[in-house]
Design a protein around this ligand. Structure first.
Ligand code: BGC
Length: 768
């Protein structure tokens, strides 16, 4: 755990240059706009530890799988989000010495800050080069939310003691590699590098997948704020286009380079249009000042904040953290494109390949349901609907038949990309989360027609999978599910993981209900779909039998559900008794030791309680929580949020607050010692859940919006807005009192602490 980020309500600030923190800060201060993202790498050359990262949504490479021993059924490739063109590069050369922070003589001051309100990254440093030149460098940049194919940088150099020549080189460089590459391959083929009439342009295409990315830049340089028409020279080398300004600088004067970059790809344009489009974006932007472009970008952010800001009074650390989580989520996914999804690291690193995981359905969906238009959450569901054929193929590869679908654990296109058998073949609970998301979407929006339009096909295919995956145990006289991995990946190949068995049964029951509903309410569509799916009513008989006779491991004496068969045979020791030097255990223990221990990576039984809380009474909640939480190491970012929500519900205030900080500040404080790989974007939605469902106690109960607030004593108040169907609701929770306002929409009945209240109609003009 680290504690170097300065606490501030709207900013993430790093004071002082500490090379060991650099890669962490690079992740934290990443910028993005849903279409592309950029780690907070320095513009200028840097020879210290760094992970260069510039990413374009949807552009991936199928990196050939690497495994120790090939097993039938393994996917051929692992999809990787690619480090794309380095468009931020700016070098400063004085007296033959290139500015490189890792090599300077002295760093007098250094500060980086991310202003989340404006989506602006700024850096200020005062340094002396080895040759004695003392410079002050100030850089600001943003990745535009207003024009999501534009990046802009303002880079200025103030001479504090130097008089003489200086070269400033601004470049685009497609000679990039992925740190995460199975065979050290270069994933790009350079296609074009050119400079016509000052239009610097580089274009490359991904090998195999043939995505084309084109990047154009315009530069302008000013001395003491006066734009100079000083000629520049352009150098083209393989994959790199560089514009060099050779000038003189005097003590006290300032050189400012403005760099405007247009980035487009074949995700959105025909190949022939990529170059003119990128050039046009850079050109047009260069007619404006940095601040004018920033104003447009800031306005776009202000609209987002207006909808989804959460205000916490009395606790700067908690306030900073929730804003950081919301900011990163909207930088990653804005919901306009149903081909895109939310990678666990978003645009902040290479890990997890930028692919889609169950995280989207289990954690992110509720965030987008409440903070964006209904279409956004629907797009996330349709993404899976469109991949249904691939999920069926995926199941066929593993031997399942008759339209059974196994959605991938990790995917870009619907094909499975994960290649560890215990996850690929066994972590099948992901199918359950995808079905649950359909239920959750309908429960929240009331849009039941989604079942007839899209949902039913997915549910039937998933149910077919479960009905083939279980087997009848003659000994137990129950259905069992053998050889699975639950959400707790610190145990593999277990039998009867309670969570998996439970969600499988729930899927079967929900699918049967959905079939009845569609048959009754949309009979024409029902006939069409049953024909398309070759659905036989005999299937229901088997599903019902499984639902009635599933085996669930439990211990009557302790009053708990068991994570899996024989869980209690483990040596049960507590996390609090673990030597701190052994944590996180996934970085200190052998895998074998982890598997044999009782320590749990993330909510497993408790994940089930979170999804299906109304299926269990409070006593069951409490007993299971008290048993499992003390043996959970929370080494998955997805863990503390679920525990936080349950702790709030159980009135365990201190625990709920501890879990909130752990999920909310996971990256800011580097709890799991892995922020340098990138931020945990999907679990950031969990942070939002920990506030709204945890402290706000928000639920849908019998089709009604409900709140049961539990304000942490450290906070004076908590305020947020949520969209619910036709309404926009504001919730203000203070000490001992809650105010709920219908900001816009028809009259609405809501529940507050179990009592019904009527909110009158409101026609507030939201634009005003
Ligand atoms: C978790 C998975 C999760 C993945 C991506 C893993 O560490 O155990 O549940 O899907 O990270 O966030």
């Amino acid at each position: 755990m680290k504690d170097y980020i300065v606490k501030h309500e709207w900013k993430i600030i790093e004071e002082g240059y500490v090379p060991e923190h650099n890669q962490i800060t690079e992740s934290l201060l990443s910028l993005g706009n849903g279409k592309m993202g950029q780690r907070a790498n320095f513009e200028e050359a840097y020879s210290g530890p760094t992970l260069q990262g510039s990413y374009i949504a949807g552009v991936y490479y199928p990196d050939k799988t690497r495994v120790g021993w090939w097993k039938n059924g393994y996917p051929e490739y692992f999809a990787k989000v690619l480090n794309s063109c380095n468009w931020i590069g700016i070098n400063v050369i004085i007296d033959g010495e290139t500015l490189d922070l890792a090599k300077v003589k002295e760093v007098h001051s250094f500060r980086r800050e991310l202003d989340m309100k404006r989506g602006l990254l700024a850096r200020a440093m005062d340094i002396t080069l080895q040759n004695g030149a003392r410079l002050e460098i100030n850089s600001r940049r943003f990745v535009s939310m207003h024009n999501d194919e534009l990046g802009v940088i303002e880079f200025s150099i103030v001479s504090k003691n130097y008089n003489g020549p200086i070269s400033v080189e601004s470049y685009l460089d497609f000679n990039v590699v992925n740190q995460d590459s199975n065979y050290d391959e270069n994933f790009w083929n350079i296609e074009q590098i050119e400079a016509e009439a000052n239009n610097n342009y580089v274009q490359a295409a991904t090998k195999k997948t043939q995505y084309i990315v084109g990047v154009a830049m315009e530069n302008s340089i000013a001395v003491n704020s006066e734009i100079t028409d000083q000629a520049s020279t352009i150098t083209l080398t393989s994959g790199k286009s560089k514009e060099t300004f050779n000038l003189n600088i005097n003590e006290g004067s300032t050189l400012t380079l403005n760099k405007y970059v247009g980035i487009t790809s074949s995700m959105n344009y025909d190949a022939i249009d990529i170059k003119p489009k990128s050039i046009k974006i850079a050109n047009q932007a260069s007619n404006y000042t940095f601040d004018e472009l920033l104003a447009n970008h800031t306005r776009a952010w202000s609209d987002i904040w207006d909808m989804c800001d959460i205000k916490i009074e009395g606790d700067v650390s908690a306030q900073q953290a929730i804003r950081f989580n919301i900011f990163q989520l909207y930088q990653t996914y804005t919901g306009q494109d149903d081909r895109l999804n939310i990678g666990p690291k978003g645009f902040t690193g290479e890990k997890y390949g930028g692919s889609t995981y169950w995280d989207t359905e289990a954690y992110c969906l509720p965030f987008y349901l409440s903070t964006a238009d209904e279409e956004v959450a629907k797009n996330l569901l349709i993404y899976r609907y469109k991949q249904l054929d691939k999920a069926i193929e995926n199941a066929e590869k593993l031997g399942f038949t008759c339209g059974a679908a196994l959605y991938p654990m990790v995917t870009m296109t619907g094909e499975e990309c994960h290649n560890e058998w215990e996850i690929t073949f066994e972590e099948i609970h992901r199918n359950g989360a995808i079905a649950f998301a359909i239920f959750d979407y309908i429960r929240y929006t009331g849009d039941k027609s989604y079942l007839a339009e899209y949902g039913l096909e997915v549910l039937v295919a998933i149910s077919r999978f479960w009905s083939q995956r279980v087997n009848w145990s003659a000994k137990k006289e129950r259905y069992v599910m053998l050889g699975v991995t639950g959400p707790n990946e610190y145990e593999n190949n277990v039998n009867n993981n309670w969570y998996t068995n439970y969600i499988a049964t729930w899927c079967l029951k929900y699918t049967m209900e959905a079939l009845l509903f569609v048959e009754k309410e949309h009979s024409e569509q029902y006939n069409k779909l049953t024909k398309k799916m070759d659905f036989a009513s005999g299937e229901i008989k088997k599903w019902q039998h499984i639902a009635d006779c599933m085996y669930y491991p439990k211990d009557e004496e302790l009053g708990i559900l068991l994570q899996q068969d024989n869980f209690l045979d483990k040596e049960l020791t507590l996390v609090e008794d673990l030597d701190a030097r052994h944590r996180p255990i996934n970085q200190n223990w052998s895998w074998d030791r982890i598997l044999r221990s009782c320590f749990i990576k993330q909510a497993d039984v408790l994940q089930g309680f979170y999804f299906f809380e109304d299926h269990f009474d409070e006593d069951a909640h409490r007993k299971n929580y008290k048993f499992y939480e003390p043996i959970t190491v929370h080494e998955s970012s997805l863990s503390p949020c679920v525990h936080g929500i349950l702790a709030s519900k159980l009135g365990m205030e201190e625990k709920a607050y501890e879990m909130y900080l752990r999920t909310a500040r996971l990256d800011l404080d580097d709890y799991n010692n892995d922020t340098e790989d990138g931020c945990h974007i999907t679990s950031m939605a969990g942070t939002w859940l920990a506030i709204i469902k945890g402290f706000g106690g928000q639920r849908i109960i019998e089709d009604q919006l409900s709140f049961a607030p539990n304000l942490p004593s450290q906070w004076n108040s908590l305020s947020f807005k949520i969209k619910f169907r036709k309404n926009l609701i504001e919730v203000n929770i203070g000490k001992g009192k809650t105010e709920i306002i219908n900001l816009n929409g028809p009259a609405l009945e809501i529940l507050l602490d179990g009592s019904t209240f009527n909110l009158p109609e409101s026609n507030t003009n939201l634009a005003s």
